[in-house]
Design a protein around this ligand. Sequence first.
Ligand SMILES: NC(=O)c1ccc[n+]([C@@H]2O[C@H](COP(=O)([O-])OP(=O)(O)OC[C@H]3O[C@@H](n4cnc5c(N)ncnc54)[C@H](O)[C@@H]3O)[C@@H](O)[C@H]2O)c1
Length: 317
Amino acid sequence: MNTQTLAFPSVAVIGAGLMGHGIAQIFALSGRQVWLNDLDEQMLEQAFVNVRNNLAIFVEHELVSPEEVDPALAMIKTTTSLEQAAGAADYVVEAVSENLELKQSIFKKLDAICRPETILSTNTSVMSITEIAAKADNRSRIVGTHFWNPPHLIPLVEVVPGDDTAPETVEHAYSLLADVGKHPVRVKRDVPGFVGNRLQHALWREAVSIVDQGIAEAAEVDEVVKMGFGIRLPVLGPLENADLVGLELTYAIHDYILKHLNASSEPAPILKRKIDQGHLGFKSGCGLQNWTEQEIADTRSRLAGHLIAWNKAQQGK
Ligand SMILES: NC(=O)c1ccc[n+]([C@@H]2O[C@H](COP(=O)([O-])OP(=O)(O)OC[C@H]3O[C@@H](n4cnc5c(N)ncnc54)[C@H](O)[C@@H]3O)[C@@H](O)[C@H]2O)c1
């Protein structure tokens, strides 16, 4: 592929962890040159292996052709130097650890290293884009682009302007993300958690609170979601659903129930108790539920299988 014909042909991805390697894969598969940067040489080596393994799975499930693999891998170069990664980039995605001061210092450096027209984006999950950009001089080119894990299998990317982001920056990021096959969605304002994590954690707060209050066991709460309204969600979002059932019914339900829902601005006490007991979830075999090694492996594999099947269905395969 002739990269000169592509918009933003050279991309830098800063941070090669869980998200960074999948984001690098997306841009490399689109035919763009990718410099993947991390402080840690071993993370870079592992990231490259992860991309190779992901692509092997994509080939196995016909999400890409075998001929696409080597050219995509050849597009990815790795470096521990931020200057080398970002100096000639047209577009930068920051995916380092979720730490405000770290992100602020990276954007200050990127602002100095990169050409004035280079767009700088952050993959923060919940933090303010305005605050992340605060130490940079040219804040108009800094934008939030929130990918979801795993980024190479989940289509959504929320595109979020900070207070100083230029409208053209948002439009360039949006077009590029659509061009590489993602499903960008515009968020109008920079609010903590954007749209997706506000919705997701409103649900998690209530789910944890139901367990904390002894209303249902954790497994049963999840069954209610997975065997009930969760099945509708890929077809019918909550606002479409409100229109479907009628707004007067939605009003009547909210009028009755909202005062009974958890509205705490603090994490539920059960989370603190569990953490203090060392019950951290999969990593310790016990969290809100108990997990055997086999159940952990089965759950991970069911999730991967579901995401792959969903992507195949989208491609009509
Ligand atoms: N994990 C998720 O589910 C998820 C989902 C969406 C968004 N995010 C966001 O993506 C970002 C990255 O998350 P992750 O889960 O990939 O984290 P991670 O811990 O897996 O990877 C972060 C990487 O950043 C590297 N790093 C740290 N400081 C650096 C620096 N100064 N320069 C270059 N590299 C540096 C680390 O070595 C590490 O490899 C975070 O902002 C996170 O909130 C994560």
